[in-house]
Design a protein around this ligand. Structure first.
Ligand SMILES: Nc1ncnc2c1ncn2[C@@H]1O[C@H](COP(=O)(O)OP(=O)(O)OP(=O)(O)O)[C@@H](O)[C@H]1O
Ligand SMILES: [Mg+2]
Length: 292
């Protein structure tokens, strides 16, 4: 059984200008340990797909049809399942780590809250110990000090590590990452991507990745779906889509990224020069890179 199984998903958005079919009959699946990426130009429906699966779109503004099962539980026909699943079976890594946390609560308080939501049986003290272990798992520097700090005292890359730690707190089977590095400085992007690869290797979590960056897609994905105007125009294994695109639109996307260099094996990648003040020590690069 796939962790995520989506069939013929459509999403109609009620806008002032009328009904917009933002997602128009997409089907895909993600198995344990896989990263599946949706890539496409702005407005193609990538985030709407993710938001629909997490049921984060208001009922009066979005009409969702088709089927989508997370761990075998349908999340389209009823909200009941997703409310139970969200934050537990499925967790979201947000695009902008700077605004995702409460500015007036310490990292510790927010992590303890998230951990106890998933594990109500834990005492505050035990949840706190778990928070520290999670911050170690995401290689945040001086984690015990970070727990006592407020979000504004941490850099974007550090905050994204905290948010990844929070997403992991319930041992989810699916993580949805919508542009998880696009708000970050280029120098810290690679460290976060390495962390996601490492976590996938150690936990086997399935990842739905959304990006407009073909370089990121190529490094991270097992399979890619190219989205245009709500539909998948091309789907396949990463090498096939990136190195031999069949669809004109995919070729246009590839051509639109001038900085895209030749294929770089993650094994040969130089670890990012981490600023010791703002970033944790460089994460060891995983051996298989998860992309080949
Ligand atoms: N709040 C909204 N009101 C009206 N239309 C919307 C709204 N949100 C999304 N849409 C429309 O839905 C479609 C899909 O948008 P979506 O945000 O899913 O695209 P995306 O692929 O995530 O783009 P981006 O790369 O810019 O994040 C677009 O045509 C957009 O105009
Ligand atoms: Mg989006």
């Amino acid at each position: 059984m796939s962790v995520l199984d989506v069939r013929d998903l459509t999403v109609d958005l009620m806008t002032l200008a009328g009904v917009v079919r933002a997602v128009d009959g997409v089907s895909f699946h993600i198995d344990r340990g896989e990263t599946v990426t949706i890539i496409g130009e702005s407005g193609s429906g990538k985030s709407t797909t993710a938001m629909a699966l997490l049921r984060l779109l208001p009922d009066d503004l979005a009409v969702i049809t088709g089927t989508a099962e997370i761990d075998g539980k349908d999340v389209v026909s009823t909200r009941k399942h997703v409310n139970a699943l969200r934050g537990r079976t499925v967790a979201l890594i947000p695009q902008d780590p700077m605004t995702a946390l409460n500015p007036i609560a310490t990292i510790e308080r927010q992590m303890v809250e998230a951990i106890r939501l998933a594990h109500p049986e834990l005492s505050k003290k035990d949840a706190s110990a778990r928070a520290l272990a999670l911050l170690n798992q995401v290689h945040l520097s001086v984690p015990d000090r970070r727990l006592k700090q407020y979000p504004h005292e941490l850099s974007g890359g550090m905050l994204q590590r905290v948010l990844i730690a929070m997403a992991l707190s319930a041992e989810p089977s699916l993580v949805v990452a919508d542009e998880p590095t696009s708000a970050l400085d280029v120098t810290v992007q690679a460290g976060i991507l390495d962390l996601l690869l490492e976590i996938q290797e150690t936990t086997g979590v399935a990842v739905l990745l959304i990006t407009h960056d073909l370089g990121v897609a190529r490094l991270m994905s097992d399979r890619i779906h190219v989205m245009k105007a709500g539909r998948f125009v091309e789907s396949g294994p990463v090498e096939q889509v990136v190195d031999a695109p069949a669809h004109e639109y995919t070729r246009t996307l590839l051509a639109a990224i001038p900085a895209l260099g030749p294929w770089q094996d993650p094994d040969e990648e130089v670890a990012p020069a981490a600023d010791p003040e703002t970033e944790a020590a460089p994460v060891p690069v995983t051996t298989d890179g998860g992309a080949a």
